[in-house]
Design a protein around this ligand. Structure first.
Ligand code: ZN
Ligand code: ZN
Ligand code: FE
Length: 760
């Protein structure tokens, strides 16, 4: 057969996942000659061979591709042979404006773990062991194409042994960019009061001693510093809370292995898979009553967030011995709501009052990336925070879009940039309420635009005039003379969920956007919205009844206030047998009443989140919260699964009216019904109200597709009950599976709405 040549272009996640070595070995196996290289658009291959062998080659590229790769596109064209004599990996090429996805960070693989604990291996107990199948990626990449000089490993010159492995195509570290060993790679050390105290193995052992002794240690990881302490030591955990100014928001845990996790938590099949996946997210698990992990880790919660170790250093730190705790608190290394510290000097400054010691290393983190948080609902992933291990894996869009930037909103913020069929959602930025977080947001945007070769043609932003992200978007749009596209918060939520399910938007959906806060077109705070939406626009035929929240933020922090305001607006009395009422003395109540009557700083809201706050407060669960959504979370946690009664809510014109429901709720409280029953009846009642409203919307429009989005849908009890009713009525219901239902997924929705408006 005559010799032919094949030119092949592959796009997708094909860099940093062992793709070129795979191509090399495949070509050698089939005796094909030619070359492979990375470009900023993907991987290019050119090979000479007989046609049938070339066909086999192309098929095998897809079929045998490395586990971590993800091929989106493979284009092959054939022509006359070039006369190549060997097969080579040639230097990478940067193509202007070309872009390609980048691999997320990958948990240490089993092969590397085996070597880590093999005394005869030259990387025995080396905390930075990695290979083509595992290790840091996103957090160390400064630019593409992905090659060592463009990572934070650039400063570490390979020793002869590592060089040999790096250049040997049969080696499993062939072209592994972060490859390193104790001779040539990064190292760890322990610092106390800015003074190095121990190095290498000694540093690890001293850290273990400190942790076992109840101390708090800042540990530099993959995407930032953690603050670690013994999770079975109530005093240490309480001390960490005190120093971190974190009253009772839950801490995440790291536990050495699955068997130990199962001693403390109930774990089902899909949860096990997620825990062990290469993304290694924090998985929310129901704790076992007999667990000795102290309650202070997650006060008043039945679920705790647990992850397995994901770096070699974690495995060394958590090694099982009799005197080492079975679980560590591993919470982000920051004070309260600041961004997680990533830089050594930054950590020394910002964390010195929080940590007794620092376990440092000298492999720089280029971009911060917090741990991801997920839970399982109906056997599938339900993301809460999408960051390390997932970022920057793109969401594939149903159609091609122009390059855009969506700035997100405020809480749990992410931004999103688009290019072609991809939406690149950022890592978790955090609550954009301070200068540090805004800085981190700006750096992130800059980094993503460079990495993915995006120059936005328009910027999408939230209606809220005071959000820092909104101000950034407007200022930048003006500076660069770009269109700024304003997008209503709850429309964006629904669009995000539509987009991740690949809905093309040709048919409108019924969108249930249940949320804490979001700026409405009328200046009110929305959040209990029943929308008819496509990507371009939406209508709002129904919403939760408006009620006042005196002081706005003051009410969010004190659900008792919201409760009293709701009662006032329903014309119901402030009975002193209610916990929310006696939360205020007579004078305070008088002031509150005047504030309500005169409408002094009293925004109106249709927020489902605030309705939950009011119900939880009136049921006596919680009058003051220490973090957003706390009352609702605790209220949900106690819902009696066997109570089938429900409060009734009605439709009054275009409002879901809650009066009779709250009358029944108050009656139950007065007659001493337990809060667990009140919670169940409230959830049941809301699910029924949703069913009733959706039915009505269906009668009016014929739409049979329902999309759920917004922070309130983190409430699995509400989701469960609502879904079963809607499915019984024959509706197709979509909920989030790739991005969070809270504001962490919002920027995706902004991006697709902006794209579709630009398309006209
Ligand atoms: Zn490995
Ligand atoms: Zn080396
Ligand atoms: Fe929201």
């Amino acid at each position: 057969m005559p010799m032919q040549s094949a030119r092949i272009h592959i796009a997708g996640i094909v860099q940093g996942v062992g793709f070129r070595p795979f191509v090399y070995n495949l070509a050698v196996r089939l005796d094909l000659k030619g070359w492979v290289r990375n470009t900023s658009a993907g991987v290019d291959i050119e090979v000479d061979g007989e046609q049938d062998v070339l066909d086999t080659f192309v098929k095998a590229l897809r079929k045998e591709a490395p586990a971590l790769s993800h091929i989106d596109e493979l284009i092959a064209s054939f022509g006359p042979a070039n006369g190549f004599r060997s097969f080579e990996i040639i230097h990478s090429e940067s193509i202007d404006s070309a872009f390609q996805p980048i691999s997320p960070d990958v948990a240490v693989c089993d092969d590397c773990l085996r070597e880590l604990f093999d005394p005869s291996d030259r990387r025995h107990r080396y905390p930075f062991i990695n290979c083509t199948n595992c290790g840091p990626r996103f957090t160390i990449i400064k630019d593409i194409p992905y090659d060592r000089p463009k990572t934070t490993m650039a400063g570490f010159k390979l020793c002869p042994d590592c060089e040999r492995e790096y250049t040997d195509p049969s080696n499993r570290r062939f072209h592994a960019q972060p490859v390193a060993c104790p001779v040539c790679g990064p190292m760890v050390w322990l610092e106390k009061r800015n003074t190095p105290n121990a190095m290498d193995e000694d540093a690890i052992q001293e850290t273990r001693r400190l942790l076992a002794d109840g101390k708090i240690v800042a540990i530099k990881g993959l995407g930032g510093f953690h603050l670690a302490c013994d999770a079975t030591n109530a005093e240490s955990v309480a001390e960490l809370r005190r120093r971190k100014l974190r009253v009772d928001k839950p801490f995440a845990l790291m536990i050495l292995d699955l068997a130990t996790i199962e001693e403390h938590c109930f774990v089902n099949g899909p949860e096990r898979e997620l825990l062990q996946s290469t993304a290694r997210p924090i998985v929310l698990l129901r704790r076992k009553p007999e667990s000795n992990i102290c309650k202070e880790v997650a006060p008043s919660q039945e679920f705790i967030g647990v992850m397995l170790p994901y770096t070699p250093l974690h495995y060394l730190l958590l090694e099982k011995t009799d005197d080492f705790p079975p679980a560590l608190v591993m919470t982000s290394g920051n004070l309260s709501e600041e961004p997680i510290a990533i830089d050594n000097d930054e950590a020394r400054q910002r964390l010195s009052a929080l940590a007794d010691a620092f376990l440092m290393h000298n492999r720089d983190i280029h971009i911060r990336c917090d741990d991801s948080v997920v839970r399982v609902f109906e056997k599938e992933i339900y993301p809460i925070r999408r960051s390390r291990g997932y970022t920057p894996f793109p969401v594939k869009l149903p159609w091609e879009v122009p390059p855009l930037l969506a700035a997100g909103s405020e809480l749990k913020n992410t931004f999103c940039i688009t290019n072609k069929n991809y939406a690149f959602l950022s890592h978790h930025i955090g609550d954009m309420e301070n200068y540090e977080t805004l800085k981190s947001f700006e750096q992130g945007v800059e980094h993503f635009e460079r990495l993915f070769r995006v120059k936005p043609e328009a910027i999408a932003y939230d209606l809220h005039p005071n959000y820092l992200a909104t101000r950034y978007a407007l200022e930048r749009a003006e500076r660069e003379n770009l269109p700024a596209i304003r997008i209503q918060h709850h429309h964006a939520h629904i669009a995000a969920c539509m987009a991740e399910h690949g809905l093309d938007g040709s048919q409108p959906v019924i969108g249930l956007s249940f949320d804490g806060t979001g700026y409405g077109e009328d200046g009110a705070i929305w959040g209990g919205e029943f929308l008819i939406a496509d990507y371009k626009s939406y209508q709002r035929p129904y919403h939760l009844r408006y009620f006042p929240i005196p002081g706005g933020d003051a009410s969010i922090k004190k659900p008792a206030r919201t409760a009293l305001a709701l009662l006032w607006s329903l014309g119901m009395e402030w009975d002193e047998r209610l916990a929310s009422v006696i939360e205020f003395n007579k004078e305070e109540r008088n002031i509150l009443k005047i504030q309500l009557e005169k409408k002094i700083n009293t925004p109106m809201t249709s927020s489902m989140g605030r309705l939950f706050d009011a119900a939880a407060a009136l049921a006596g669960v919680r009058q003051i919260v220490n973090y957003e959504g706390q009352a609702a979370i605790e209220f949900e946690a106690m819902a009696d699964p066997d109570d089938a009664e429900s409060y009734s809510f009605e439709l009054n014109q275009n409002e879901v009216e809650v009066r009779s429901g709250f009358e029944s709720l108050i009656n139950d409280v007065m007659s001493g019904i337990h809060a667990s029953k009140i919670s169940a009846r409230f959830h049941n009642g809301l699910a029924k109200a949703v069913r009733m409203t959706v039915k009505k919307m269906n009668q009016e429009t014929g739409i049979r597709t329902v999309v759920l989005s917004g922070g309130v849908w983190q409430n699995l009890t509400l989701i469960g009950r609502t879904l079963s009713l809607l499915r019984a009525d024959g509706f197709t219901v979509y909920l989030h599976r790739q991005v969070p239902t809270n504001d962490g997924g919002l920027s995706l929705g902004q991006a697709v709405i902006a794209a579709s408006r630009l398309r006209g």
